[in-house]
Design a binder for this molecule. Structure first.
Ligand SMILES: Cc1cc2nc3c(=O)[nH]c(=O)nc-3n(C[C@H](O)[C@H](O)[C@H](O)COP(=O)(O)OP(=O)(O)OC[C@H]3O[C@@H](n4cnc5c(N)ncnc54)[C@H](O)[C@@H]3O)c2cc1C
Length: 505
């Protein structure tokens, strides 16, 4: 498996961090999609319990919303029935506005009719991706980050398709060295980049498979509202005012608990103007999310200075199934996935959600196994992901196991060999030096951004890690024999990246 950047550097670290059935798709009557996603949530809660955590979500219902409280109540009941629901995850309706405020913080109550509580799950998307890749590696997969696919090379001609050998040109993004990779089958699982690969396919027919319209989405990270007792552990969803006024498709805004005492506020649906690798929050998107949050929390002072961080991603939306080999439905935009093979024999995974990634992988690998004449039953729905399970006692041990699962024992080993690695890298954050080393020695982090933005989420703390980047780089430099030039270059690259990302904040 080759990845042109860091693992999960694309959309898979820019989600709303939800493993969910998609309640709003139920309102759009997309029952099959919801059913599948609910089933996948159940599986992920089982195989990755340390990462995929159930979360109660309060669906607020204000006067004038597109659906009345009773309608939402019925839909929530149906939502639960689409999968096996734990008794404690039963949906309930709350009309007492004080009680709602107690759960979700000091929200506006003037026209609040009530809320419906239902359960989905949250996840650290980048860590779930990494846990999955590490498990594949344990089972024999060769995985490489910072290796880019460049082009398809001529295939070796054979009498039958099963014996065909495909060749691609690839590039080591760090050293700029180019080389060839041969394989019996090639799968493009490149999310929003799928059409970039498709354009290079020898059988490219000139028709894009993905849709750019409304594909971009951003999120803001704000300090979590700590005013009420339980506030912070519940997420909330509300219909947005702006879209209601425009009488457009009713959209919702989420405010969810995120890592390091943040609230994740999302999301938007806009048509990206920029290149895929350079999507970042625009001024309009930031203003829109801030004003919607302010409407819900009128007592809070919210402005651009309140924002801790922001990020953007591009949805891999399937454009028109009818164009794609083997499908004949009329045009529609969907969160569903599609696995297809081009006439030249390249497999493509289109669409999908983070929630359904395991199912997409299962279907793809089953197809490959049939093609390669390998008989094996898929066990990913049953076997836990080692990096997302485990227990330990003690505050620090618990935190490490929750984040690294089995990786905890390697971190412990580092500390046993060198006691100084148990020290925090900086007093303001809980991360130990051993953890940071583990990102490099055990999880293939290459740059400071990989470490601060995806492995640890230090980038989601006030200052986004820019202030402590020199100290961290110095420590890593000493352990990895980096030159002074490399240490400075790493710090500068991270600083520039954050500056660029925050340009419109
Ligand atoms: C704003 C937003 C919020 C979302 N929220 C949720 C949510 O809460 N829950 C949910 O279930 N889903 C959510 N989604 C959808 C979900 O994020 C995506 O469906 C999923 O992450 C797509 O994964 P992917 O692997 O297909 O794409 P990506 O994660 O983008 O991965 C594709 C990878 O291919 C690599 N690549 C591209 N070209 C090359 C090349 N030439 N050589 C090598 N590698 C290459 C890229 O670097 C990239 O890392 C959200 C999406 C967005 C945009």
């Amino acid at each position: 498996m080759i990845e042109q950047g860091d693992f999960a550097n694309g959309t898979s670290s820019a989600t709303s961090q939800l493993v969910h059935g998609g309640f709003r798709y139920l309102l759009k009557r997309d029952i099959e999609l919801v059913k599948n996603s609910r089933r996948e949530r159940e599986i992920l809660c089982r195989i990755a319990p340390n990462l995929v955590k159930p979360i109660p979500l309060a669906l607020l219902c204000y006067k004038g919303d597109p659906y009345p409280l009773t309608g939402m109540q019925l839909a929530a009941h149906y939502y639960n029935r689409l999968s096996k629901t734990d008794e404690k995850e039963k949906s309930i309706t709350i009309r007492d506005v004080r009680k709602i405020q107690h759960l979700v913080g000091p929200i506006a109550t003037n026209t609040l009719k009530g809320c419906v509580l239902l359960w989905d799950s949250t996840v650290d998307d980048a860590r779930l991706t990494l846990a999955t890749i590490k498990d594949a590696h344990r089972h024999g997969a060769i995985v490489a980050n910072y290796v880019r696919f460049l082009n398809f090379l001529d295939q070796q001609e054979t009498v039958n398709a099963e014996n065909r050998i495909y060749k691609v040109a690839a590039e080591d993004v760090i050293s700029r060295q180019c080389f060839e990779i041969s394989a019996r089958k090639i799968v493009s699982a490149t999310g929003p980049w799928s059409d970039h690969i498709w354009r290079k396919d020898p059988s490219y027919d000139g028709i894009p498979r993905l849709l750019a319209e409304n594909a971009k989405g951003i999120h803001l990270l704000l300090p979590r509202c700590e005013k009420e007792d339980d506030a912070g552990t519940y997420g909330l969803i509300s219909f947005t005012q702006v879209e209601k006024q425009r009488r457009r498709n009713p959209r919702v805004i989420f405010i969810l608990p995120g890592a390091h005492n943040t609230s994740i506020v999302g999301t938007t649906e806009t048509t990206p103007e920029e290149d895929l690798v350079s999507v970042r929050p625009s001024t309009n998107e930031v203003t829109y999310l801030l004003s919607e949050t302010q409407r819900i929390f009128p007592e809070r002072t919210l402005n651009k200075d309140t924002i801790i961080a922001a990020y953007a991603g591009t949805r891999p939306l399937i454009a028109a199934k009818r164009h794609i080999h083997g499908f004949s439905k009329t045009d529609f935009v969907s969160r569903e996935h599609l696995i297809t093979e081009s006439p030249s024999g390249i497999m493509y995974l289109y669409g999908g959600k983070l929630t359904t990634h395991r199912q997409m992988a299962e279907e793809t690998v089953n197809h490959l196994a049939t093609f390669l004449n390998v008989r094996r039953a898929c066990k990913t729905a049953v076997y836990p992901l080692p990096d997302a399970v485990g227990e330990a006692s003690g505050t620090d041990a618990e935190r490490l196991v929750r984040r690294y699962g089995e990786g905890y024992s390697t971190i412990q080993k580092f500390i046993t060999e060198d006691g100084t690695l148990a020290e925090p890298v900086t007093p303001s954050l809980p991360f130990t030096k051993a953890e940071l080393l583990y990102a490099y020695w055990g999880e293939m982090a290459i740059t400071l951004e990989d470490l601060l933005w995806r492995r640890t989420r230090i980038g989601w703390t006030p200052g986004q890690g820019v202030d402590i980047a020199p100290k961290i780089a110095q420590f890593l430099g000493e352990k990895n024999n980096w030159s002074h030039t490399k240490i400075s270059a790493e710090v500068e690259a991270y600083r520039e990246r954050i500056h660029w990302l925050n340009f419109n904040l």
